[in-house]
Design a protein around this ligand. Structure first.
Ligand SMILES: Nc1ncnc2c1ncn2[C@@H]1O[C@H](COP(=O)(O)OP(=O)(O)O)[C@@H](O)[C@H]1O
Ligand SMILES: [Mg+2]
Length: 301
């Protein structure tokens, strides 16, 4: 479990994180979503004890990172996959991490297998592709078999196979009952991976929601096609619906669900060719929620 309470971080005049509060529960993949500069990395760094909060709390399993007795066994993280020294061999890098955390060598072989690097375990990290470095970073995160995992923009720069692999790994870690927090600036990525979403902008909480709730909140009405639009408009408007004509002759009905539209049309003998509930895409919802929160956003004309 991860709990962030009224967390604030200032760098000089910049407020990177601004009274941010949220909870990440076990058993789900929670997406930590926000435009570049929103404060995602800063929040994760504070949760991992790599930076100090200005005020507020960032707790892992009920305590601050510094209070964890065996940190690698409680929380694993992938922050910056480029951080491994290039001259090291993959096995030695993990072996060193394992030894300094009282973890056996057998576990090193296990995680290398799990991330698909067993075949290159003796190769120097300097020759690794970005995708292989990401896998190595994930192997390090998994080393202590922790119940809490954090991944900061893990799919950046990966090819489609790598992206799919990471997505499936996150889901399986959550299915094991672990707490999984994964950051991204892309909704398109999160909607495929995450169950819950913590959306932030300029260091502040914008939404703490499930993917489904967000889709419902941005439901845009029902698209209806009929050969008798004028008659249907009159019937639905009289029944309290709000009807808008679309280019091409379709109607968009709001304030009325699909069944009511169908029943009213049937009662008057008006044929329907299509009745489709319509949502804004999650991407559109995200753009709307974070409008004005981007650090270097385009100015609307
Ligand atoms: N070490 C630092 N010194 C000064 N400003 C920083 C530092 N780290 C982050 N920031 C600023 O804090 C804000 C949040 O950054 P960051 O947490 O990296 O956002 P994100 O990961 O969501 O893109 C940005 O405005 C960034 O420029
Ligand atoms: Mg970041």
């Amino acid at each position: 479990m991860i709990e962030v309470r009224e967390l604030t971080k200032r760098y000089g005049a910049t407020t990177a994180v601004d009274r941010l509060s949220f909870t990440v529960r076990p058993g789900t993949v929670t997406g930590f979503l926000g435009p570049n500069g929103a404060g995602k990395t800063t929040s994760m760094r504070i949760l991992l004890g790599l930076d100090a909060a200005t005020s507020g709390e960032a707790l892992v399993n009920g305590g601050g990172y510094a209070a964890l007795r065996r940190p690698m066994r409680e929380v694993g993280a992938l922050l910056d996959a480029g951080a491994v020294h290039g001259g090291r061999r993959a096995f030695d890098h993990l072996g060193w991490l394992a030894r300094s955390n009282g973890i056996g060598a057998r576990r090193v072989a296990e995680v290398l297998e799990q991330v698909g690097l067993a075949g290159v375990a003796r190769k120097r990290v300097g020759g690794f592709s970005l995708g292989m470095r990401q896998r190595l970073g994930i192997a390090a995160a998994l080393l202590g078999d922790p119940g809490v995992l954090m991944f900061d923009e893990p799919v950046n720069g990966l090819d489609p196979d790598g992206v799919r692999w990471i997505r499936e790994l996150m889901r399986s870690l959550a299915a094991d009952g672990r707490t999984v927090l994964v950051s991204s600036h892309l909704m398109t990525e999160m909607e495929l991976t995450a169950d819950r979403l913590i959306i932030i902008g300029r260091g502040r909480l914008i939404a703490d929601t499930s993917v489904r709730e967000l889709a419902d909140r941005f439901r845009r009405g029902v698209l209806v096609r009929t050969p008798r639009p004028a008659a249907l408009t009159a019937v639905l408007a009289a029944a309290g619906g709000s009807v808008e004509s679309m280019p091409g002759g379709a109607l968009t009905v709001t304030g009325m669900d699909v069944a009511v539209i169908g029943d009213r049309a049937a009662a008057r003998g008006i044929p329907l060719y299509e009745v489709t509930p319509h949502s804004a895409s999650l991407e559109e919802a995200y753009m709307e929620l974070t409008a004005g929160s981007t650090e270097f956003g385009a100015v609307a004309s």
